[in-house]
Design a protein around this ligand. Structure first.
Ligand code: XMP
Length: 330
């Protein structure tokens, strides 16, 4: 894509001019936007860039290692990569907390504290980089709907707690599809560039009620199986028909209800958790409908989850639209 090629070249030049020999700090979440920002900055200024990646223990299965694989010392980018393994710290903070907004607040505040600690260790930075894209600029001006209904920790200001001279937002003029194109241009792996949306508070808002390491393990494993089977079924359909199936959801994931119920496994009575499968079709994520994933696919997912994920004895499919439901569970 020559236009993206031009954008990348042009932006790299701009970043170099602006930054000079200064130091840049970026909070890398592993999401599309911060990843592409990291790629661009790395190409422009190499080790003058430091990325802080906080693993809050609420990421999808193996995601922390994937991010480290791409941006860490054995990856393909020249930059300073700091991974903070804060899993236990988050689980401790979240112990006993059940109220959704309280959970979101703790997860957001803990992130700021950790980022601040890391920034202090690094010392004077000249620029704070952010993966802000054009829709964020517009939305924060108008006050996006979800921002009001649920507090988003990753939209609207990180900055004021780190000492820096200036902010740098290389993706500020791009729409999401352009950000993805730039990402591919930079050689960021497709599975990262085409990731589905994942909320800042992560699995913390897909585990109803108290978060524990055990519940995180359950939801990670169930979610992995679910995404794998949906992706396989979609790929098979595409191979056969040359196009995506009409049921292909825009977002799909497993959540852990806080409900346990009686079941039977072999000769034994069980009393285990119920997993909820969510899949939605949506254009703007403001309204959504439950996606009509084929029954055979759901059935296979159910069987695999029951057989492979310890602690689960029931699987539900969420049929609720948004509104009245939200896409996430908390
Ligand atoms: P809801 O649950 O409000 O979600 O219907 C709408 C879309 O927003 C995502 N979402 C978040 N994204 N930080 C984010 O970056 C958050 O706190 C957050 N909460 C929800 C959700 O995944 C869906 O795509």
């Amino acid at each position: 894509d020559w236009k993206m090629d031009a954008f990348v070249e042009h932006t790299i030049r701009e970043i170099r001019e602006k930054v000079g020999d200064g130091k840049v700090l970026l909070a890398l979440s592993g999401g599309v936007d911060s990843s592409v920002a990291a790629g661009l900055l790395s190409r422009a200024i190499g080790k003058q860039l430091t990325c802080v990646f906080v693993d809050h223990g609420l990421l999808r299965k193996d995601e922390g290692d994937e991010v480290e694989g791409v941006f860490g010392p054995n990856g393909q980018f020249d930059l300073n990569f700091i991974r903070v393994n804060a899993q236990q710290r988050y689980y401790d903070k979240l112990a006993g907390v059940t109220e959704p907004e309280a959970k979101r607040k703790i997860i957001g505040e803990e992130f700021i504290r950790i980022f601040e600690e890391e920034a202090k260790k690094i010392g004077a930075v000249d620029f704070l980089a952010q993966g802000t894209i054009y829709p964020d600029v517009v939305e924060s001006g108008l006050g996006g709907e979800s921002a009001v209904i649920k507090s988003h920790h990753n939209v609207g200001g990180l900055p004021d707690f780190v000492d820096f001279k200036e902010i740098i937002e290389p993706l500020r003029d791009l729409f999401k599809d352009e950000v993805r194109k730039a990402g591919l241009e930079l050689g960021i792996p497709e599975r990262l560039v085409f990731r589905q949306p994942f909320p800042g508070p992560g699995l913390g808002i897909r585990i109803i009620g108290e978060v524990t390491a055990e519940k995180v393990r359950i939801v990670q494993d169930a979610d992995f199986i679910y995404r794998e089977e949906v992706d396989n079924a979609a790929a098979e359909y595409k191979k056969e028909h040359g196009e995506e199936p009409s049921w292909m959801p825009n977002q799909y994931f497993a959540a852990l209800t806080n409900m346990r119920s009686v079941g039977v496994m072999g000769d034994f009575r069980t009393y285990d958790y119920a997993v909820a499968l969510r899949a939605v079709k949506t254009i703007d994520f403001m309204t959504a409908e439950s996606a009509e994933i084929p029954y055979a696919v759901l059935n296979k997912v159910m069987n695999r989850i029951i057989n492979e994920v310890k602690g689960v004895n029931r699987v539900f499919y969420d049929l609720t639209s948004k509104p009245p439901g939200t896409i996430e569970f908390e």
